[in-house]
Design a protein around this ligand. Sequence first.
Ligand code: NAP
Ligand code: HSE
Length: 435
Amino acid sequence: MAEPLRIALAGLGTVGAGVIRLIEANAALIARRAGRPIQVTVVSARDRNKDRGVDLSAFAWEDDMVILGERADVDVVVEMVGGSDGPALALARTTFEAGKSLVTANKAMIAHHGLELATKAEAAKVALKFEAAVAGGIPVIKGLREGAAANEFQRVYGILNGTCNYILSTMEDTGRDFGNVLTEAQAKGYAEADPAFDIEGTDAAHKLSILAAIAFGAKIDFTAVATTGITRIRAADIAQADALGYVIRLIGMAEPGRNGDGPALFQRVHPHLVPVDHPLAHVDGATNAVVAEGNFSGRLLFQGAGAGDGPTASAVVADLIDIARGEIGAPFSVPVSELEALVPAETGHRAGRSYIRFMVTDRPGVLAELTAAMRDAGVSIESLIQKGRTEEGGEVMVAMVTHEGPESSVSEALRLLDGSPSLTEAPLVLHILED
Ligand code: NAP
Ligand code: HSE
């Protein structure tokens, strides 16, 4: 059998330790499929003495991870540290300067610096692979750039953050509150080092920008993703959605659009009401799912574990097997020089139905005020429910579902209500996922 592919592993946390376990457990099978063994030679993390539940005694230790790619006993660097900048980015740059390939699960780094890193990898004729950066163990990047490569994609959307999905589906099943469930998701190893990246939607936006670049041949533009997280979702919203026949899921969506006369790209991460009979409504726990609509394939659904050590390691090692086989390819499917610079799409004409939740002071005339704003903005109301009357002057929830109409009309209605003393907090708008 050919010489082993020698790996430097930076980061020995949830994913890094998972990669070691997988390479050990499936060594013979991996060597057969890759055509040669994959062997970790050197590792690096912050604390050399930490017990990581894996035996590191066979590996060299490097204190300065940034120089891993320069070592003579390394063919490929695996970056499992995290963070868009800092040591992860320094390591990626030195790895390409040393003419070595890089595998990473770091969506923040790819979302912010993917073009620079892909340019460097292409110039050095080495691989930059990041299957694990999007949707954990689901081979969705491979799916789009290989299995469905012949298609023009009309839309790509899905559940891209395991932590948020775990929180929303557990709140739905148990009625427990947000903070409590977040702590549990952290303990299971799903959350980012700073869980604000998960619950504020940033992590899903990182992933969406990567998927959109690959699906639409566009230069990655994370700053163009309109992002709203799940921090304002209350148990009452989940109960209300349930009564209406929906579940709430954080959805990332990208599709081609227009800006003026030119082509553009729509990218948004936002909590949606998903009809209970939609395939995404049954995606629970830390599971992710991505729907890609190809012009010849039709609707493709990729589903599986979106976070956690085993599934993420599975995606990392698949990238290593590709590299061992000599399959390098352009990181974003086409060379960086051929990616289109697409501006953000205009959203003024986007249409759909919305769920709008108001928290208001319970006094005569409040409902009339809300509905007048809807009327004046041209928003047609499909249903309206008032919940939770306490005493005169207490706080109540008013939830509305609109008929299909321009999203801009809903924004206009909220603008008309802005500053109203009847509102005890800013209204919450969730889009309704159709079809
Ligand atoms: P983690 O458990 O926090 O592990 C991070 C590792 O990096 C630790 O071993 C840590 O060292 C090391 N590290 C952090 N900062 C460092 C520094 N400044 N210098 C040297 N070493 C440093 O993180 P993780 O969950 O494994 O995630 C790693 C990457 O995979 C991130 O990019 C994350 O977004 C991505 N990812 C994670 C998942 C998941 O389910 N967890 C899924 C997909 C992608 P010490 O252990 O010594 O502190
Ligand atoms: N924190 C991420 C999530 C890890 O919850 O989806 C997987 O990328």
